[in-house]
Structure formats: structure tokens, C-alpha cells
Design a protein. Structure first.
Length: 466
């Protein structure tokens, strides 16, 4: 809109200024006085008028009518404003910027945007569990009270309800914070499990613990089938944030309780995507050390925080993943050449925060500047394409004084995205029906054959004429 207003002002103000200038020049110029005709000429014209009047008047009238018509036509037409070379250059630049802005809204460097993608069989998905609340947690401490926390595990091929307490690898586990002395806790942390698969034999296990100094006390557990979570989900909408699915669980308690232990939470399901950052080099990093230079390293975070305005945290509570490069000492133009990989949910509400740090080991490190990437652009374009080159500038970190020279700093890296595991496209409805019949076995086939061979009611007997 600013560009459109600027173009309009150029077209309007230019001709107006020229008109004013011409009016001033005309007012300033001295008016020429008409010359007096000689006496003899006046008498000659007076004598000639009666003779030529009859012939000259019709001709003069025709000419005046033609002039009047021409003036009327020219009055209806708009004059094209004269534009200088500088104005024309500015207009072309603004038009190019507007066209580029419109193109960036619709097209990614790697190709056109996709509006949706189908959920494939066996595809790896990312599950986020939000707004968790638990009721009626029993008091298991010796002196009374309970300090509960919830742990969620995934990757089980059999229903873990029979086992109760289970264990899983670190990449398949996430847990909430501990809420001391609260039998009806409402946890604020969002649990993220990026390694869940769309398979019929996949289960998640919810474990409730009491936090202890030496050892945690197991209280209750309950499993949840991944197939039940995915009921009704056939397509991932890539243009809008995913909708939360409300869930309720009744735990199987290992401790005697008067009331059932219940949990409520929301589940958000997205595609699981691989992000490969190839950090190449930096240019014109600010010299922040007392003797000049900078001991720089780059950290990349995936966070749900509002990093554009929230106060900067060394440890972001809403950060779901982070990775960093090695430290390059005393270099304002370091050559990192380091690859950082991550598996993240394809959630457009996530933000990628790229932070430039100055290492002060063994003291605390100092954040110099940061850059924020919108993850929605990477989600919507086609996957498994060649890496896209990026050259970014840094911005001031909110909540702290600006570091001198951070505006000149730039970072060069490439980013490649792909689906973590695509799986197999689901079969069409007709194929699904035939597969279901095949699974039914020979008994169903024999029943169908017996029905077909059975005589219908009212069929003619032997010797009857059909």
C-alpha cells in the first residue's frame, strides 16, 4: 500500500508543481502593449469594410466554428503529465518491489505452494500434547501430599496396558514439569513426540509419577492407540494451523484410590519433517570482545515463543529443539561449514530462531543478535528438492541493548526439507473393499457360494414348467 500511495503522489504532485511554476512565470513576464495603428491605415480599412463585408463575414464565421469545435474536443481529453527521468526510475523501482512482494506471497524459490497433503499408511507423524490436566491424584508421600508429573512414551507395537510401567528411548519420551503438592495439576508444558507412526499396531503410554529425591514413585498408567487418534484425519491442511483434538483418559492405578484418576488434554497432529541446515560462513560479525574480535557460534532453535517481542531467555521454556555449531575464535568472517539436522512437526505456528552468540567460556555466553524464519514457507512447498540458499541479516534481540555493528552482519546457509518418512499412499475405496474381502478368508467365500446356490423362495420344483 505504501508503494501504491507513493506512485500516486508522484503522478499527482509532478504535473501540479509544473503548472504552478508556469503560472508564476506567466505572471512575472511583462505584458506587451498593443501598437497604435497609423491614421491612413484606419481610414483605408473603414472604406474597404463595406465592400468586402458581405464576402468576408461568412468565411470568418466558419473558421470560428471550427476553432470552437477543436477546443471542445481538446477540453474533453486529459493531458498526459510530463514525467522526468528520475521520477520514471523511482516509479519502475516501486513497481518492481510490489511485483516481487506479490510473487513471494504465492511462490517459493523451490516451486509453487501446496495446499494439502494426504496422510499415508506408515507415515511418520509428530504428536503434540497440550493443555494437560489431571484430577484425583492420590497422596503417596509418607507425610502426605504428592508432587506429580506426567510422562508420555511412544513406539510400542503391543498394547502396554498389561505391563503398566514401561520404558522407552529418550527420543521417544517427553515429560511435563513437576507441580509440588497439587493433587489436581494443570501442566503448562507442551509434550512433543516427533517419532510416531501411522500404523495399526502403534500405541502411546501415559505414565503418572510422584517426583522424589532419590527415586520417582509410579502411580498409574494408560495406553492410547495411534489409530484412534488419527480417526477422521485423511489430509493435512498446509495453509492453516492444525486443529487440536480433545482427549480424555481414565488411568489404571497401581495405588489404592477412592476416585478414578482422570486426565484431559488436547492433541495436535502434524507431518514429521526433516530440516537440514548447512551453515556455511559469516560476514562482518561485530567485534564485541574487549580486545576486539568475536568468538562466534550459531544456535538454531525451534520454538513456540513469541520471539519477536518476548524477553530473550538463555533457556527458552517453549523451545522444542535446538542445535549449534562449533565456536570460531577471533574471526569476524568465520567459515563454519557445519551441518545441523532436526526432525520437527510441520506446524506453521513454530518459529525458527537463528542466534549469533559470542562465547565467553567458562563464563556465560552473550547473545549478539538473532534472525527469525517463518516455518510455514518451508512446509508448503514440495519436499525432497535441492537445498535452497539463504543469506540473512540479523535483528536486535528484544529486551537487551543493541550491539554496535550488528546491522552489517550476515550469515550464509542452505536449507533442505523433506518428509521424515513418507509411507505408502492409502489404497482407493474399491481396493480397500477387495482387500477386506480377501482378509475375511475361505469361510466367508463358502458362505457367499452357498447363498448363491440356494433356491429362491417360490422356485419351481421338478417337472414344473418354468
Amino acid at each position: 500500500w505504501l508503494a501504491v500511495v507513493a506512485v500516486g503522489l508522484v503522478f499527482i504532485t509532478g504535473p501540479l508543481l509544473k503548472m504552478k511554476a508556469s503560472q508564476k512565470a506567466a505572471a512575472a513576464a511583462p505584458k506587451a502593449k498593443p501598437k497604435a495603428a497609423p491614421k491612413g491605415a484606419a481610414k483605408a480599412t473603414a472604406k474597404a469594410l463595406p465592400k468586402a463585408g458581405a464576402k468576408a463575414l461568412p468565411k470568418a464565421g466558419a473558421k470560428s466554428k471550427a476553432v470552437a469545435k477543436a477546443k471542445a474536443k481538446s477540453a474533453g481529453k486529459l493531458k498526459v503529465p510530463e514525467v522526468s527521468f528520475k521520477q520514471l526510475k523511482a516509479i519502475l523501482r516501486l513497481q518492481a518491489r510490489v511485483r516481487g512482494w506479490k510473487a513471494r506471497l504465492d511462490v517459493h524459490p523451490t516451486g509453487p505452494k501446496e495446499k494439502s497433503r494426504t496422510l499415508n499408511d506408515g507415515e511418520q507423524i509428530a504428536v503434540s500434547i497440550q493443555n494437560i490436566s489431571v484430577k484425583n491424584v492420590p497422596e503417596v508421600n509418607l507425610m502426605g501430599g504428592v508432587d506429580p508429573f506426567l510422562e508420555v512414551q511412544c513406539g510400542f507395537s503391543k498394547d502396554p496396558d498389561a505391563k503398566g510401567r514401561t520404558s522407552a528411548s529418550k527420543d521417544k519420551v517427553d515429560r511435563t514439569e513437576v507441580l509440588s503438592g497439587d493433587p489436581n495439576p494443570k501442566f503448562s508444558k507442551t509434550l512433543d513426540l516427533p517419532r510416531v507412526y501411522n500404523k495399526p499396531d502403534q500405541f502411546m503410554n501415559f505414565l503418572l509419577f510422584d517426583s522424589g529425591t532419590a527415586e520417582d514413585t509410579f502411580i498409574a498408567s494408560k495406553s492410547l492407540s495411534v489409530n484412534k487418534l488419527l480417526e477422521g484425519i485423511r489430509v493435512f491442511d498446509l495453509q492453516n494451523p492444525p486443529k487440536p483434538i480433545p482427549q480424555e483418559l481414565v488411568f489404571m492405578s497401581e495405588v489404592s484410590t477412592k476416585k478414578d484418576i482422570k486426565a484431559k488434554f488436547d492433541v495436535v497432529i502434524c507431518e514429521a519433517m526433516k530440516f537440514v541446515f548447512n551453515i556455511k560462513s559469516g560476514e562482518k560479525f561485530p567485534e564485541v570482545d574487549s580486545f576486539g574480535g568475536i568468538d562466534s557460534f550459531i544456535e538454531i532453535r525451534a520454538t513456540r515463543s513469541d520471539v519477536t517481542s518476548d524477553w530473550f531467555h538463555d533457556e527458552d521454556p517453549k523451545c522444542i529443539w535446538s542445535g549449534r555449531t562449533q565456536v570460531h575464535t577471533d574471526s569476524v568472517a568465520p567459515k563454519f561449514e557445519q551441518e545441523i539436522k532436526a526432525t520437527l512437526p510441520a506446524d506453521p505456528t513454530l518459529k525458527i530462531q537463528i542466534i549469533l552468540w559470542d562465547s565467553n567460556a567458562p563464563m556465560a555466553d552473550f547473545p549478539v543478535a538473532h534472525h527469525i524464519m517463518d516455518i510455514s514457507e518451508e512446509i508448503c512447498h514440495k519436499q525432497d528438492l535441492p537445498p535452497v540458499e539463504h543469506i540473512i541479516k540479523f535483528q536486535k534481540i528484544p529486551g537487551q541493548a543493541a550491539t554496535s555493528g550488528y546491522q552489517k552482519a550476515s550469515l550464509k546457509f542452505s536449507l533442505q526439507t523433506s518428509l521424515a518418512e513418507q509411507g505408502v499412499p492409502p489404497p482407493p475405496k474399491a481396493a480397500a473393499k477387495t482387500a477386506a474381502k480377501a482378509k475375511a478368508g475361505p469361510k466367508a467365500a463358502s458362505k457367499a457360494a452357498s447363498k448363491a446356490s440356494a433356491k429362491p423362495k417360490g422356485a419351481p420344483g421338478k417337472g414344473a414348467v418354468p
